[in-house]
Structures are given as structure tokens and as C-alpha cells.
Ligand binder design. Structure first.
Ligand SMILES: [Zn+2]
Ligand SMILES: [Zn+2]
Length: 371
């Protein structure tokens, strides 16, 4: 489809939606391609960030559990550095990558955003990885995340970043949900998630599957296969690794909603945060992601070095288990950058008119041939 007809199509869609959805002005962020109301994939109105003074009701069970987890994780980190066998350390690292992918490639890009499709063997792998990560069932994670995009930085956003760094990082899990979140959450469509028997199975048996995947297997495997003692195995491969990946995930909600450039949309808080991307397997390009959330790369091309999740999906695309990956055309990205970016977007690529001559001359070109 050419760009013109794409634009035409988009404004037709938005007209249709405006007739069907009178409350569209409540919505603060796009979630799927269909939510966009302008040709360059934005909402028709400028997002309004807000938070009221709703009294926070503490959930002591979670406060005690997370306090224990973090103290235990510090001890686990000490054992990781000074006491554990090297096999246990490598095992913990592999578990961190696996549980990370269960969130990034699974709950986030596949299930929350439908940015690509996966055949059942890949969905099974991802659901196992996701259970290792213990961030609630993929259905529940995707529900919260859809709210985060749709009602971004309002009281209906579970980790509303306008309430500060601590709230958007962990605080949101230590208090009762805001009534606005509960109320607007009722209108959210999750039928696509409940249609998947693998996801239904995970949710139904979560309280059995999660302890096995997140705590028991990570403790028993080092004990059984390379004779690690159980205290080290438990504190390193289960608790330290679990707390680490949790905090990495939370940094996307806190740090990447606070620090970094906004080349795609300066009207929103989400920012391009390279440090977060490194630890979160490519999820820190957050200004791009909130601007074009259905892009399976969650970033523009060229960032794949820091985007392990994209490489993971690309690998499975090669063997046919991942398919129908959605991405955004250069024209749309360019027009959006020009209209709403903060001016920090540098180059489109080789031959860009802003590409300085010295840099072009100094570049290394392999097998060059100018047509
Ligand atoms: Zn976000
Ligand atoms: Zn997202």
C-alpha cells in the first residue's frame, strides 16, 4: 500500500472510531494501530497527564514480601559474587535472560500489544519463560499493560509516572488500585488473550506453576546437577535473579518514563533510555514505544545491538514460529518526528540530508559501489 492510501485509510478509521467511541477523549495513549486518529499515528488530542490526591491504602502483605525479597536479594547478590559456583552464576544469568524474554517477547510484545504472532511451540516456550519471571499471569500482565498505554499517565494507568519515580517503580504494587483504574479496566477487551488455551492454562494453574518455575526448579537444578548447596542455589538463582529482573522491568516504568530524549513525541513522559534498554533486553526505547506501541521492535531499525528481544523474535521468524510482525514505515516515523519530536532525532540513515560530510567521508564502507 502506498503512503497516500495509508493516510486515507487511517483517517477513515479514525472517523469511524469517533462515531463509535464518544469517550475517546478519555484515552491518553494509543495501544493498537487502530487507536490512532491522525495520519502519523497519534491521538487527535494532546495527552493530558494527571493524578489526583486519592489516599493510598497500603497493602502490608506486599510491603513485607517485597521488603524480604530485597533484603534476601542483597544476600543473594553477595553469594553470586563471592560464594556461588561458576555454574550457578551462569545458570542465574541464563534464567535472567529467559525470564526477561518471558516478559519482553511474551507478555509485552506478543500478548499485550499483538505486535507479532507466534505458533504454539513458541507460545509454550514464552509462557514457561513468563512463569519463571513471576510477574503475574501473562493475561493479568497484558491487562495492566494495556491500561498503561491506553490511559497513560492518568489515574487509570497502573503505574502512573506522574505520581513520581517510587510509585511508578514499585510503589504501585504496595497500595490498593486507584478506583479509576478499576472502573476503566472493566471496558478493556481481553478476549484475544482468553481465546488462547495456553494462556488460560497458565492463569488457571498459576499458583502451582509459578512456585515450581520461579523458585523450586532454580533451586533444585544447581543442587542436583553440580552439587551447589541449597542456600546458595535458592538465594542466587531464585531470589537474587528474581529481584533483579523485577527491578529491570520496573525501570522501564520509572526511569524510562523520566530520563532520556523524546525524538518521536515530546508531549509524553516516556523517553529513549539506553541504559534501561541494555538491561531490559531492548525495552528502553520508550518514547518510540509509546508513540508506535504495535511495532514488534519497540525501536527504530538500527538499534538491534541493544535489542536482544528483537533478535530473539527475528530468529524465531526465520524458523517460521514467529510471523506477521508489525512495524512502522519510515514515512510515518519521519512525519511524526517532524510534527511532535523534541528535535533530538539525528539521522534517518545513510544519505540523510543532515548526515554531515566529514562523517560520510570517514565512514568505512565494505565493497562500495555507487550506482
Ligand atoms: Zn511505559
Ligand atoms: Zn508497551
Amino acid at each position: 500500500m502506498d503512503f497516500e492510501s495509508e493516510l486515507q485509510n487511517c483517517s477513515n478509521k479514525s472517523q469511524k472510531r469517533n462515531i463509535m467511541a464518544p469517550n475517546a477523549s478519555d484515552v491518553n495513549g494509543v495501544l493498537f494501530e487502530d487507536d490512532a486518529a491522525t495520519p502519523d499515528m497519534a491521538l487527535s488530542n494532546t495527552p493530558v497527564q494527571k493524578a489526583d490526591n486519592y489516599p493510598k491504602k497500603l497493602v502490608w502483605r506486599n510491603i513485607i514480601a517485597f521488603a524480604y525479597l530485597h533484603i534476601a536479594a542483597v544476600y543473594g547478590g553477595y553469594l553470586f559474587l563471592f560464594a556461588a559456583k561458576w555454574q550457578t552464576d551462569i545458570f542465574a544469568y541464563i534464567l535472567y535472560v529467559m525470564s526477561g524474554l518471558g516478559i519482553t517477547a511474551g507478555a509485552h510484545r506478543l500478548w499485550a500489544h499483538k505486535s507479532y504472532k507466534a505458533k504454539w511451540p513458541l507460545r509454550l516456550i514464552l509462557v514457561f519463560f513468563n512463569t519463571l519471571a513471576f510477574q503475574d499471569s501473562a493475561i493479568d500482565w497484558a491487562r495492566d499493560h494495556r491500561m498503561h498505554h491506553k490511559y497513560s499517565e492518568t489515574d487509570a494507568d497502573p503505574h502512573n509516572a506522574t505520581r513520581g519515580f517510587f510509585f511508578s517503580h514499585i510503589g504501585w504494587l504496595l497500595v490498593r488500585k486507584h478506583p479509576e483504574l478499576k472502573q476503566k479496566g472493566k471496558g478493556l477487551d481481553l478476549s484475544d488473550l482468553y481465546a488462547d488455551p495456553i494462556l488460560r492454562f497458565q492463569k488457571k494453574y498459576y499458583l502451582i506453576l509459578m512456585p515450581i518455575a520461579c523458585f523450586i526448579l532454580p533451586t533444585v537444578i544447581p543442587l542436583y546437577y553440580w552439587g551447589e548447596n541449597w542456600v546458595t542455589a535458592f538465594f542466587v538463582a531464585a531470589l537474587f535473579r528474581y529481584a533483579f529482573i523485577l527491578n529491570v522491568t520496573w525501570l522501564v516504568n520509572s526511569a524510562a518514563h523520566k530520563w532520556g530524549d523524546k525524538p518521536y513525541d515530546k508531549n509524553i513522559k516516556p523517553s529513549e533510555n539506553i541504559s534501561v534498554s541494555i538491561f531490559a533486553l531492548g525495552e528502553g526505547f520508550h518514547n518510540y514505544h509509546h508513540t508506535f506501541p504495535w511495532d514488534y521492535k519497540t525501536a527504530e531499525l538500527g538499534n538491534n545491538r541493544l535489542n536482544f528481544t528483537t533478535n530473539f523474535i527475528n530468529f524465531f521468524a526465520k524458523i517460521g514460529w514467529a510471523y506477521d510482525m508489525k512495524t512502522v514505515s519510515d514515512e510515518i516515523v519521519q512525519s511524526r518526528v517532524k510534527r511532535t519530536g523534541d528535535g533530538s532525532h539525528h539521522l534517518w540513515g545513510w544519505g540523510d540530508k543532515d548526515h554531515c560530510k566529514e562523517e560520510v567521508a570517514a565512514a568505512i564502507r565494505i565493497n562500495p559501489k555507487d550506482d
